[in-house]
Design a binder for this molecule. Structure first.
Ligand SMILES: [Zn+2]
Ligand SMILES: [Zn+2]
Length: 124
């Protein structure tokens, strides 16, 4: 007799939505909470989840924060939790697309070019 063990990292979006003015980009957005876990299965039947981590994502610019597992558990249980800046630890900063415009030829780009791809004029 043999067992087929499996472990996979999965993500699940929790039922959480909090309108917020983003501290990273200053726009209006929503915080959503993502639970990441390792799913352990035998014969492809998920048995349990472990190594749970909770992330908060802002919808405006996609900044990711980590939050305490205990707080994440409460959100997962459907408790009414309000996240404050003190709860969030910046994990990956989102970015705002800035439109660069060439002063020489008027070429516009959102890429982070140092020189205009059209006329090689330096972009600031
Ligand atoms: Zn933002
Ligand atoms: Zn140019």
């Amino acid at each position: 007799m043999f067992f087929v063990f499996g472990a996979a990292t999965k993500q699940e979006q929790l039922d959480f939505n909090q309108p917020v003015v983003c501290t990273q980009c200053g726009r209006y957005g929503n915080y959503t909470v993502i639970m990441e876990y390792t799913s352990f299965s035998i014969f492809f039947i998920p048995l349990f989840k472990w190594n749970k981590k909770y992330y908060v994502r802002s919808s405006c610019c996609g900044s990711l924060y980590t939050i305490a597992a205990e707080l994440g558990e409460r959100i997962a249980r459907g408790e009414n939790v309000t996240l404050t800046e003190n709860d969030l630890h910046l994990f990956r900063r989102g970015y705002r697309e800035t439109l660069k415009r060439c002063a020489n030829c008027g070429y516009q780009t959102t890429e982070n070019f140092r020189f205009c791809p059209n006329c090689a004029h330096p972009l600031q």
